[in-house]
Design a binder for this molecule. Structure first.
Ligand code: ADP
Ligand code: MG
Length: 716
């Protein structure tokens, strides 16, 4: 992003107080919003744009409560009147060729001098319409106003995210002044790349993200800022990854693990075998492994990790497995200590609940130099990161669901695992292109195959016309003893913003898209109870107290509730094998990966299970996406399709918990990105630039801006 340049002593690092009208109070308000310098201010990007260029006649103003832009001529001298209390009101009439409107402002008496009879203004506000005999009465209260000259006003007006003490007017004025004062920021992107990728210049981008000249200019500005962010992030990740690492090269061969595999009551799947081969190859090298093992819940990642741990142990070294919760750690311990016990290898469990005495014993066996005494495998929670824990020969660290650890824990883990081989397991399918940006040169093993015998959840996409059949299906499922999940995207009806603003998210090549209304969970739960009087229907949502949630979940688990209507709270860790029908309302609102997680809630037991995606969105995009769900059962293909269809912005937004945290992503603009190819091209460019110039010697400005970024991202 912009770099410091001098211009009359003021530069991008100057405090906001250099701007006119920014005193200590405003500066404090800005500081609260995280804005201290002019650069911060220029990077405070609008959350949306008002489309004031869409000028309509009063008679054609929006009737849906949204704001309309109208151009009116003042017809009467503004009158001021005092209302009760200290309220003053200024009123006048103004007209266009379709009619006239009453314009009203509150507590702005000075406006009487502004609106002279005959002057022309562009107003932007909600036009109230009241039918009267033979026509329509219009009234606009407190609209935005700008003197009108044809062609002289911008179409789009930025709407900034605000915080206390700041107004839209403040931001617009201060941003404009900052742009004037700082002149042109230094562009660190190599010009060759900029031209090849047909990106606009940085000054153009910064100017247009705040004051778009046109729709096209805005799209170009957005594209450039997002590209830069991906590009710099990818460069910095790759450069960090390139730092030389040295570790232990394990001597154990892959064949030596066969006694363990022989103890398993099943054959490994092809995907599991492949993952083990990849891991074993990594562990033979002195460059410590940085590998992620990704696969849907239940695909069998644990046994792959066990194979890796065995390689470490047979080479005379130690392995640690760390899980985010005690429950998970215990579960791993129970499974693995049994398995390793069969081939005479000891495991220990170290969690917060381990007694002090037991901890001391484990600590001493972990730090023992003598291989006879030394504990070869330890499984635990972040308790493994406590100061007292010293390993004498740690060479492999495995983490399960690493994104669920806290930031400090991950930092401590990085510290502890320096020079060791690292294997992390995740159930969130991350598309390769995104993983490359997020993790630089980390390697990925994918388990894209389920153990045999797992049932497939048949999936259907239907619309409102199927409502009665859907109800019948619920009845049938319940009468056969099965249970049903119904998921709705939101609790209340239509919380959608619809105020005439063009959402930044909706600006793309395809223009603006209107979504069908939302099914409200509360109302819907009532409707369902009424339609299914013989069944027990319960309603679960995020606003309930946690005891209430638990009570409902418990009665669903023991079969007292037939139909559970809920928001997405059920996504996390619910296991009810008896549930065999999943209905998702407004399915078009969910990310595909999210739908995949939801679908994973059924098909866990013996009952044949179904997933029904209900959507009235007839748009081709929605149909296509839902068809992907109907036809794909593997998390990876779904995640790829999700990323391709919606772009990294929406993808990241709906997978925030899993993906954002795992990469330590702190993107500002990427959230707005609806174009997955931008991600890919930025990553490719970053990698090929580094291949040609590993230390970026020829690009000093780029290097400097990376070192700044490095300071911000190095915590991981
Ligand atoms: P996850 O990938 O979610 O961690 P687990 O490793 O816990 O999955 O495995 C889920 C279940 O599948 C376990 O009970 C495990 O024993 C079993 N399993 C793993 N691999 C296979 C296989 N190849 N064939 C049959 N069952 C398997
Ligand atoms: Mg697991």
């Amino acid at each position: 992003m912009p770099k410091t340049t001098k211009s009359g002593g003021v530069n991008l690092t100057s405090p906001v107080t250099v701007l006119s009208g920014v005193g200590p109070a405003k500066a404090a308000a800005y500081a609260k919003a995280g804005i201290e310098t002019l650069e911060d201010l220029l990077l405070h990007i609008p959350r949306a744009y008002e489309n004031r260029g869409d000028i309509r006649l009063l008679s054609e103003s929006r009737a849906d409560g949204g704001k309309t832009a109208v151009v009116l001529t003042v017809a009467t001298t503004p009158q001021a009147a005092k209302l009760k209390g200290r309220l003053t009101i200024v009123k006048f009439r103004a007209f266009d060729e379709s009619g006239s409107a009453e314009i009203v402002f509150f507590n702005m008496p000075y406006l009487r001098q502004v609106f002279t009879v005959g002057s022309e203004w562009r107003f932007f506000g909600v036009v109230e319409r009241t039918p009267i005999r033979g026509g329509m009465k219009y009234k606009i209260s407190s609209p935005a106003y700008e003197p009108y000259t044809e062609g002289a006003l911008p179409d789009f007006t930025a709407v900034y995210p605000l915080s206390e003490g700041l107004t839209q007017k403040n931001l617009a004025a201060h941003v404009a002044e900052a742009l004037r004062l700082c002149g042109s920021p230094v562009d660190v992107l190599p010009d060759e790349i900029r031209r090849r990728r047909e990106l606009c210049t940085l000054p153009f981008a910064v100017r247009n993200i705040h004051n778009p000249e046109s729709y096209v200019a805005l799209a170009a500005a957005k594209k450039r800022l997002i590209y830069d962010e991906f590009f710099l992030f990818s460069l910095s990740m790759s450069m960090q990854g390139k730092k030389k690492r040295e570790g232990h090269a394990f001597s154990c061969k892959k064949q030596n693990i066969s006694p363990l595999l022989a103890e398993l009551p099943y054959e490994l799947t092809g995907a599991q075998k492949r993952a083990i081969t990849e891991i074993a190859a990594d562990m033979k090298s002195e460059t410590p492994m940085r590998r992620m093992l990704i696969g849907d819940v239940g695909c069998g990642k644990t046994v792959v990790a066990a194979a890796a741990m065995l390689i470490a142990v047979l080479s005379g070294r130690q392995a640690a497995l760390m899980a985010p919760t005690e429950i998970l750690a215990r579960q791993h311990y129970e499974d693995l200590s049994e398995l390793f016990g069969k081939i005479g290898i000891r495991c220990e469990l170290l969690i917060g609940a381990t007694t002090a005495k037991e901890k001391r014993r484990i600590y001493s066996t972990l730090s023992a130099e003598d291989p006879e005494i030394r504990t070869p495998i330890v499984i635990g929670t972040h308790a493994l990161l406590s100061e007292g824990v010293q390993f004498s020969a740690l060479s492999l660290v495995v983490t399960d669901e690493q994104h669920r650890f806290g930031v400090n824990q991950r930092a401590a883990l990085t510290e502890k695992s320096k020079g060791t081989h690292l294997l992390s397991m995740s159930a969130t399918p991350i598309p390769r292109s995104l993983a490359l940006v997020m993790y630089g040169d980390i390697d990925i093993s994918r388990i894209n195959e389920m153990p045999p015998g797992r049932q497939r959840v048949d999936t259907f996409v239907v619309d409102e016309n199927y409502r009665s059949r859907l109800i019948a299906f619920i009845k049938k499922t319940a009468s056969e003893g099965g249970q049903v999940y119904v998921v709705c995207p939101s609790i209340e009806e239509n919380p959608d913003r619809d105020s005439g603003e063009v959402d930044l998210y909706d600006i793309g090549d395809s223009g603006i898209y209107k979504r069908p209304p939302l099914k409200a969970a509360i109302k819907y739960a009532d409707e369902l109870s009424a339609a299914l009087p013989e069944l027990s229907v319960a309603f679960l949502h995020g606003k309930l107290k946690s005891e209430q949630k638990e009570a409902i979940m418990t009665s669903f688990e023991c079969g007292e509730i037939d139909v559970l209507v809920s928001t997405t709270v059920i996504e996390v860790g619910v296991n009810v094998p008896n549930a065999s029908l999943m209905i998702v309302e407004n399915a078009e609102r969910f990310g595909l990966s999210q739908l995949h997680q939801l679908r994973g809630r059924v098909g866990r037991g013996k009952r044949k299970s179904y997933c029904i995606l209900v959507s009235d969105d007839g748009s081709e995009t929605a149909r296509k996406r839902l068809t992907v769900m109907r036809d794909n059962y593997d998390g990876f293909s779904i995640a790829e399709a999700d990323l391709a269809a919606r772009g990294p912005g929406d993808f990241l937004a709906s997978n925030s918990n899993e993906i954002r945290q795992s990469g330590g992503l702190r993107f500002k603009f990427a959230d707005l990105c609806g174009d997955a190819s931008l991600l890919t091209s930025a990553t490719e460019d970053a990698h090929s630039l580094l291949a040609a110039s590993p230390t970026l010697e020829e690009y000093p400005a780029l290097r400097e801006s990376l070192s700044k970024l490095g300071a911000a991202t190095n915590t991981d």
